[in-house]
Write a protein that binds this ligand. Sequence first.
Ligand SMILES: C[S@@+](CC[C@H](N)C(=O)[O-])C[C@H]1O[C@@H](n2cnc3c(N)ncnc32)[C@H](O)[C@@H]1O
Length: 266
Amino acid sequence: MRAVAVILEALQHLILPCPRPLKRLGVLHGLIALQNRARRCARAWAPHLAAARSIAVAGMEGVSGRELAVVCGSGLLHDVPLAELAARFERVVLIDLFHMPAARRAARRFPNVEMLAHDLSGVLEGLTGVDLPEPKAAIPFGGQADFVLSANCLSQIPLAAMDAVAGRFPEDVVEEWGRRLIAAHLDALRACSGVKVLVTDVEQQQVVAATEAVEDTADLLLGLPEPLLADRQEWWWDLAPAPEAFRTSSLRHRVVAGRVVAGRVV
Ligand SMILES: C[S@@+](CC[C@H](N)C(=O)[O-])C[C@H]1O[C@@H](n2cnc3c(N)ncnc32)[C@H](O)[C@@H]1O
């Protein structure tokens, strides 16, 4: 069964018309894996997706302007309240590195929704130089937006870039750079106009499925302190309940969400 899934993912990877550099960086592979895992784990993911969508809806209710909403890391639109956004704003811009066919089909239902393929780190085109490129994280249309949603992409933003340079630079240098890529997205969010809502995973735990005893943890913000958020909420996302990733262990992510407020990380 697992082998069939792997073959199907490889076929999708071959067939989907995605720019070659993104395929090489593993971006398409990540999106295909996300789509398939979301389907397999639909029941486990449901509370997380509902919480993420509802905090975005609550955030947009406090917005006075109605012209423009921007979504960063729109991906497969699992945690994005697209119908509510399209009903409330005259124009909705969905930003991701690549938009999968399912997301394109969903967006086509709304004439005021557009998709923008854009690298929110600003480094992916400059990875072959002798130095690590500086982040260029400004959010397109962020200065005019009435509402900006960063939809569970913060911890993902450095990953493809860090993988691509691994081995060419010392590990601690790559990690520090990854931390700066995360911080740059937070700074870019703070610089946007209007109301900004952040949904992000911040910690991974591997737990024994039977007892929930914690076996391993990982800091998904690479040591960066959690951002300061108003109306903050926190929950666990059952990302990969056993046997999805491990036969007897489960992976879960701690997610924090809320309105981004002025001031750097606490
Ligand atoms: C965990 S997924 C969340 C996806 C989405 N919110 C959903 O509901 O399906 C993280 C998303 O961030 C996107 N992403 C990662 N790095 C990015 C970058 N540098 N620029 C733009 N999007 C990026 C990925 O392509 C992916 O769609």
